[in-house]
Write a protein that binds this ligand. Structure first.
Ligand code: GLN
Length: 383
């Protein structure tokens, strides 16, 4: 008995590997993106109340009516909750359901690297042909010629992630406009992974579905876990026109059928939280980002402050390591800090080797401790 061929090349998810390394080394885990601080009381109370109210059986497969209503109400475009919203067990399931529900074996799909690791695994499960376009270091902007060359009339889908994990970039109006122009010209679907939409710390996030003629070809992914510090609740959703929603739901009903009902009821309440919640959320994340970025700079890394997400890519080349994996092992062992080696997010270019990804969804004290531990790095190399 052995792993099916379609998955055997992927091995263990990089997040599982490095969270384990963090535990083994008793290190501060700035690898996998999950908060180390408490979720807000109001969302926890809402979930407890939903369980007490006996919202404990399967929900409607495509999402509890209260949650799909709240999603439609807070989405940027007028949306019919019953025909255009699908709630899943986290955005990782939305990605799987969208790809398995809409992509046929042999279809061409464009993926922009560095990418979230599950895209490629799901595309392989669907039997898709993948065409990679690289966001080149150090600016990680989209190269117009490379994107134009990647598109053809065989392109079925392009996966676009903004705000972008792991670079922290928020794609510009021009970059999104180019993607939209090419998707329309070649009649391609856009899978817009916008799970960090509420984590824009500098600049503006433009949902690609709001660009002219894009709503009808865009699937927008959003997530509860990042905004309300409940990544373990695994609640995500897709907003898409009915003809695309049909495929997503076909897959979703056989993958998980529905997400956890009481958590969906609590999510509905959370999404309608007052504006102040979201304002203080971004203010707190701005502080966390600045503490980490300044600390990384003082430790000797070359860093650009991320515009969005809760990740930062730091260039470790001043410390003289061969690649990202060697550097991350050294970091875990000697400094007791874990980061993610970004080559896991690349399939084509080796530009990830010079970086390490750190997550700053951690309390300011945790970040300050981590930064202090990193100060010893330069001792080893005399930077
Ligand atoms: N999105 C998270 C990250 O990039 C990980 C999610 C997961 O582990 N499934 O760190």
């Amino acid at each position: 008995m052995s792993t099916a061929e379609r998955l055997s090349s992927f091995g263990e998810s990089v997040f599982a590997t490095w969270s384990r390394v963090a535990i083994e080394n008793d290190a501060i885990n700035l690898g996998q993106g999950f908060p180390d601080f408490a979720a807000p009381d109001f969302i926890k109370e809402a979930a407890i109340k939903a369980i007490r109210d006996d919202e404990n059986q399967y929900s409607r497969s495509a999402g509890h009516p209260k949650l799909v209503e709240a999603i439609a109400q807070t989405f940027e475009i007028e949306t019919n909750p019953l025909d255009e919203v699908t709630v899943t067990c986290g955005s990782t399931e939305t990605i799987a359901a969208t790809i398995l529900g809409l992509v046929n074996a042999g279809d061409e799909v464009i993926v922009i690297e560095p990418f979230y690791d599950s895209y490629l695994a799901c595309l392989k499960m669907a039997g898709a042909n993948v065409n990679i376009v690289t966001l080149h270091a150090p600016t990680f902007t989209l190269d117009e010629t490379e994107l134009r060359n990647a598109f053809s009339d065989n392109t079925k889908m392009i996966i676009v992630n903004t705000p972008h994990n792991p670079t922290g970039r928020v794609l510009s109006k021009e970059e999104l406009g180019l993607i939209a122009e090419l998707a329309i010209r070649h009649d391609a679907i856009v899978l817009a992974d916008e799970v960090y939409d509420k984590l824009v710390l500098t600049g503006n996030h433009i949902p690609i579905a709001t660009l002219p003629n894009m709503k009808e070809r865009t699937i927008t992914l959003r997530s509860l876990g990042k905004v309300f510090s409940v990544t373990g609740w695994k609640i995500g959703w897709a907003v898409a026109p009915p003809h695309l929603t049909e495929g997503i739901r076909s897959a979703h009903q056989f993958l998980t059928f529905c997400a956890a009902t009481p958590l969906q009821v609590a999510a509905a309440e959370a999404l309608l939280a007052p504006e102040e919640y979201f304002n203080s959320y971004t203010a707190e994340y701005t502080e966390r980002r600045d503490v980490l970025v300044e600390g990384l700079k003082s430790a000797g890394f070359q860093v650009q402050s991320p515009e969005g997400t809760y990740f930062v890519l730091a260039d470790h080349t001043p410390f003289g390591f061969d690649d990202d994996i060697a550097f991350c092992h050294h970091l875990a062992k000697e400094c007791k800090v874990v980061g993610i080696p970004p080559t896991a997010f690349y399939a084509q270019s080796d530009e990830g080797q010079q970086y390490v990804r750190f997550a700053f969804c951690k309390g300011v004290e945790t970040l300050k401790n981590a930064v202090e531990r990193l100060q010893t790095l330069r001792d080893g190399v005399g930077v």
